[in-house]
Design a protein around this ligand. Structure first.
Ligand SMILES: Cc1cc2nc3c(=O)[nH]c(=O)nc-3n(C[C@H](O)[C@H](O)[C@H](O)COP(=O)(O)OP(=O)(O)OC[C@H]3O[C@@H](n4cnc5c(N)ncnc54)[C@H](O)[C@@H]3O)c2cc1C
Length: 396
């Protein structure tokens, strides 16, 4: 059992909706407790007409609108979805709604609202645990446990190819500072993006598989960090921006999570969804910082303190994009990888899933349970585990 030094505290955020700030104590979906009368009336009117809208082609847009009504979708979910995934809600698969929207019906949303009311609130709800030294503490705890158990960890190496001999994986070749090390393999456990894995399998996959791998697309993201000469920027952990008027989706201030008490300094982290190679992706740090400061000023969050430092991080594979045809492409690639003995793909990138960290850890524990003492996979048991992963729904 891994233990970490955890902080237990309530979450405190704000969301920008139709030009106003709404405070929410729990999650963006709980904003129903705090909306304007105009918004609430819209939702009530939608509840009256929702059952009549049936029998349309099912997409992310149609299913959410049917279940949540026009007001919540048009004001919140649809613009947010387009920013996050880079496609209009109508072009996204219905699966995106099931996996990504925890409060996917008005009834579920009503239950959440009731559970947030003092007196009706279940004990412990609305509280979150944070590793005291940040997210990296989770990886470090696993790294230390793995090395204690005898694992040999090589960081900073990139997969070049997985060699297959008579339908079985036999070796993994990476590129490293020292050259191209080759590791003999009995069982390859892969958590890199599924299309990257499929392309790395040697001899090369059939053309249809490579074509399907190319069709599986991921949304990218730039994390823009501003280090400010100020004790605090705002009192909120996070601000959410579903509207198209602000290019970022979320702004967090980790100091407000209680992770540090350093006087005279705080940092902001902005999440900017984008595509590899687009104008944001190729912009310099100063340009991105200026864009962020400008966008925040427009919504009344002026950065008046001196910006001491700007740091950016580019994530090529932030979110899988569930286009309306993604499932067929995923199945082709997944079947090909499964046809090679000795390779198992899992994790958020490996199964093209939107999962949270606890979901991917559950996958890792399940994979471990499916391996025998020789490191061979029980395929039937793994197929059962894969079915259980389909019930994962993202919490954010
Ligand atoms: C912006 C953002 C915010 C999030 N916030 C939360 C949150 O608040 N709570 C939560 O629970 N989850 C959150 N998540 C999700 C969480 O990060 C993932 O669920 C988790 O990281 C998945 O772990 P994983 O090991 O499956 O994949 P990853 O963490 O993505 O790891 C995959 C690894 O593969 C490596 N890789 C890729 N290609 C190659 C290659 N060719 N060769 C070698 N290595 C390669 C990558 O470098 C990476 O280290 C967030 C995700 C994003 C993008």
């Amino acid at each position: 059992m891994l233990r970490a030094d955890l902080l237990d505290r309530p979450r405190h955020g704000r969301i920008r909706l139709h030009g106003r700030w709404l405070h929410f104590p729990l999650k963006p979906a709980d904003l129903m407790l705090h909306v304007t009368p105009q918004f609430a009336l819209g939702v009530l009117a939608d509840m009256a007409v929702t059952p009549a809208r049936r029998n349309r082609v099912e997409t992310f847009a149609s299913v959410l609108e049917q279940n949540l009504g026009r007001t919540i979708c048009r004001e919140f979910y649809f613009p947010y979805a387009e920013k996050i995934w880079g496609l209009p809600a109508e072009d996204l698969a219905v699966e995106q709604a099931r996996r990504r929207v925890a409060a996917g019906s008005l009834a579920k949303m009503a239950r959440r609202v009731l559970s947030a009311i003092p007196g009706l609130k279940p004990a412990g709800s609305g509280r979150f645990f944070y590793p005291r030294k940040g997210y990296g503490q989770i990886s470090e705890a696993y790294y230390e446990a793995a090395t204690r158990a005898g694992a040999d960890v090589h960081l900073g190496e990139s997969l070049q190819r997985v060699e297959v001999d008579r339908h079985r994986a036999s070796a993994v070749v990476t590129s490293a500072a020292s050259g191209e090390p080759r590791y003999r393999a009995t069982q390859v456990l892969s958590t890199i993006p599924l299309p990257v894995l499929a392309r790395a399998i040697t001899p090369e996959a059939p053309a249809g598989v490579l074509h399907a791998a190319d069709a599986l697309r991921y949304r990218s993201m730039i994390l823009i960090y501003l280090v400010l000469d100020a004790d605090r920027f705002t009192e909120f952990d996070a601000h959410y921006f579903p509207g198209k008027d602000v290019p970022i989706t979320r702004l967090s201030e980790p100091k407000n999570y209680g992770l540090t008490n350093l006087a005279g300094t705080t940092a902001l982290c902005a999440e900017l969804p984008c595509a590899v190679g687009d104008a944001s992706w190729v912009a310099g740090d100063d340009e991105l910082a200026a864009m962020l400061v400008d966008a925040l000023a427009k919504v009344g969050l002026r950065v008046s303190a001196r910006v001491r430092r700007v740091v950016t991080r580019r994530l090529t594979h932030a979110y899988p994009i569930y286009t309306r045809t993604y499932q067929a492409d995923f199945d082709v690639v997944d079947r090909f990888v499964a046809s090679v003995e000795g390779i198992v793909t899992f994790g958020r990138q490996g199964l093209f899933a939107h999962d949270n960290t606890h979901h991917t850890l559950a996958m890792a524990y399940a994979a471990n349970d499916c391996l025998d003492d020789e490191g061979r996979l029980d395929r039937a048991k793994w197929a059962d585990a894969r079915r259980s992963f389909e019930s994962h729904v993202v919490e954010d």
